[in-house]
Design a protein around this ligand. Structure first.
Ligand code: ADP
Ligand code: MG
Length: 631
């Protein structure tokens, strides 16, 4: 008889049976890979013991594989056009978005046949997705090497504000690198998990993330083990790099280096500035030895006080997004139960000081702020791969801008509001506008404003095959669904017949943060103007609907009217039409009311006539019997 193998309860399966899944922090400046080993999350180092992998890819003219990380950084100043840094900023973006990023990026961009942008390199054109995939491949190889197993499953973190296109681009890069994405996880949520905050019964947490080139603030609400991102804000052009620039400028002044320093010298200066900045986190002062070019050099000193004076205004710039996020979330700093520090630049003592001051409490900073996101992702990956099924967590994120569809009059009906947590599914019923309308165009939009022209178009699709019915009789249920990765699909179904149509919204490129900011700002600024326009459009639609119905009735049943009655109705129609084309919502409303009254007798007569026709040839009892059956 065969014996069934039974393992002791609670014991982990044999080591070779354990499945590994890694957590990856795919950062703008640095990336990391982490994994759970013996119950402890740890980041995995390269063969030289370095945990960070600079997110930099260098394409070589000799046709060999590109180099990634420190090696690429080392050659960046010799071959800047073929050395791509900060590719995360380009993910899911179109060429127009990138133009807005300014001249800070030295690369040669190409508009391809699709909206996705490409960069020209010595080995040919490359998309941001392909470049990111090189970073992911490197991390995958590192993990497979460290764990002596082929690693394919990963949780990859993304900023909480990443839109559909940016998330999709990240997933595409992973697929290209041979990774299976278990889930895209929001960076702040990952950091909160790393601190084990999910073990608390409840709370509100702020995650303050100051990296190399970006600042993000997120507010999370924990409730029964579930994190909800309740607000996000930030500055996509603020980080440690700006501090490097401030220090480099100060050095140039001190050392009398002319403003027109060449590209190479600038890169060297920035590197020196960065080294000094990082050293000042541990020491009170550092000595500088600067190569001024042409065989000259300058010796000097930078103190921590001086550094603080140089960077104070930069740190202060993180506070207004922080205030905005608190306002959006509707919480005060006193209601925040913990502040998590993320990002290399939060190592700077002055940053910690100012954050502590702002929130009125010491931030959590025991875990290395460079690694905290990757560590949280590794914990989540381990749960998702099934090593700890009973603790399965559901992690919730928010959408940054409202989503809706176009309705009559060029207006937007919002179906999912901004800052709603995902995954989410919401439905709303709509109807047809014209008698006998058999198709419906569904136009999906993103934004806070009332008018279609002020929002961003995401997709259009048609629902065909609606059976002809009178206007307003069809019931079309439109459903918006956003999955855990933040990808949107929209479907529409006519309820009586079940005819359905759907679309997965994968915009070819996304919005920039500054666009999101602008759209939000405009929606607030225009709120009352939009309201006036909305009221006008609503009245115009009502007017159109009534005129259409009256004209149809006149065409069908004018025989039921006396000449005088008929001309009264026609006058009312003319008046309403004139008002409808004006700007006065109240006047339209009055004209509608008046035409409605003028046509009441006519409507009554038509109804009687229809009933008379319907009854003809039937016995009254038949109707009584039928009535008994209807509820
Ligand atoms: P990202 O999330 O953008 O990939 P990181 O979180 O890795 O970026 O942060 C990189 C930034 O952190 C750089 O500007 C780097 O100079 C800065 N940084 C790293 N270590 C220190 C330190 N010890 N002191 C000050 N700044 C540091
Ligand atoms: Mg980061």
């Amino acid at each position: 008889m065969a014996l069934f193998q039974i393992s002791e309860p609670g014991q982990s399966p044999a080591p070779h049976e354990r499945r590994y899944a890694v957590g990856i922090d795919l950062g703008t400046t640095n990336s990391l890979v982490a994994c759970l080993r013996n119950g402890v999350a740890e980041t995995l180092p390269d063969e030289s013991g370095r945990h960070l992998l600079p997110s930099v890819v260098h394409y070589r003219s000799n046709g060999k594989e590109p180099v990634v990380g420190y090696e690429a950084v080392a050659v960046a100043h010799e071959d800047p056009l073929n050395t791509i840094a900060s590719v995360k900023r380009l993910m899911g973006r179109g060429i127009e978005d990138v133009r807005q990023l300014g001249k800070s990026l030295p690369y040669e961009f190409i508009r391809g046949d699709t909206a996705m942008l490409r960069l020209r390199t010595v080995v040919g054109e490359r998309t941001p997705v392909e470049i990111s995939a090189e970073i992911l491949k490197k991390l995958k190889a590192r993990a497979s090497e460290s764990l002596s197993a082929e690693i394919t499953d990963a949780v990859i973190t993304v900023p909480a504000y990443f839109d559909d296109a940016q998330r999709q681009a990240t997933k595409d890069a992973a697929r290209l690198a041979g990774l299976t994405v278990l889930r895209l996880l929001n960076e702040p949520t990952a950091a909160a998990i790393a601190y084990g905050l999910d073990k608390n019964p409840q709370g509100v947490y702020a995650v303050y993330d100051l990296g190399g080139g970006t600042f993000d603030i997120s507010l999370l609400r924990l409730n029964r083990g579930i994190f909800e991102v309740i607000a996000t804000a930030g500055d996509s052009a603020l980080g440690g790099d700006d501090m490097d620039h401030a220090i480099a400028e100060w050095i140039m002044q001190q050392a009398n280096i002319a403003d027109d320093a060449d590209h190479r010298q600038m890169r060297r200066l920035l590197r020196d500035a960065r080294v000094a900045k990082e050293a000042l986190t541990r020491s009170e002062r550092v000595s500088l030895n600067i190569d001024c070019g042409k065989g000259n050099s300058w010796q000097g000193e930078l103190s921590r006080d001086r550094l603080n004076a140089l960077i104070d205004s930069l740190i202060d710039r993180t506070l207004s997004p922080s205030r905005r996020a608190l306002r959006d979330a509707g919480v005060t700093t006193r209601e925040v139960d913990g502040v998590v520090l993320v990002g290399g630049a939060t190592r700077i003592p002055r940053v910690r000081e100012k954050v502590a001051q702002f929130f009125g409490r010491e931030p959590l900073a025991d875990i290395d702020p460079d690694k905290v996101v990757a560590l949280g992702a590794a914990l989540q990956a381990d749960i998702l791969i099934g090593n700890k099924r009973e603790e399965e967590m559901l992690l919730l994120d928010v959408i940054p801008l409202s989503l809706g569809i176009e309705i009559m009059g060029g207006m937007v009906e919002k179906i999912i509001r901004r800052n709603t947590t995902i995954p989410v599914s919401k439905s709303q019923n709509f109807t047809t506008f014209k008698d006998g309308q058999t198709a419906l165009l569904i136009h999906v939009l993103q934004g806070e404003r009332e008018l279609v022209s002020d929002c961003r178009s995401l997709a259009r699709f048609e629902l065909r095959g609606i059976p002809p019915m009178t206007a307003g009789a069809a019931r079309i249920r439109v459903t918006f669904q956003i999955d855990a990765d933040g990808l949107l699909s929209v479907s529409a179904q006519e309820q009586t017949t079940g005819v359905a149509s759907s679309v997965v919204v994968k915009p070819s490129y996304g919005l920039t943060d500054s666009e999101i900011e602008r759209m939000l700002r405009e929606s607030i600024m225009h709120a009352s103007a939009d309201d006036v326009v909305r009221k006008l459009r609503e009245q115009q639609i009502d007017a159109d609907r009534l005129m259409e119905a009256v004209r149809a009735a006149l065409a069908a049943d004018s025989a039921l009217l006396e000449a005088k009655e008929r001309s009264d109705i026609e006058d009312g129609l003319k008046k309403l039409e004139a008002m409808r084309n004006g700007e006065d919502a109240e006047a339209i409303k009055q004209a509608i009311k008046s035409l409605d009254q003028t046509t009441q007798t006519f409507a009554q007569r038509r109804m009687d006539e229809n009933i008379r026709k319907a009854l003809a040839g039937h016995k009254l009892e038949e109707f009584d019997a039928a009535r008994d059956k209807t509820p």
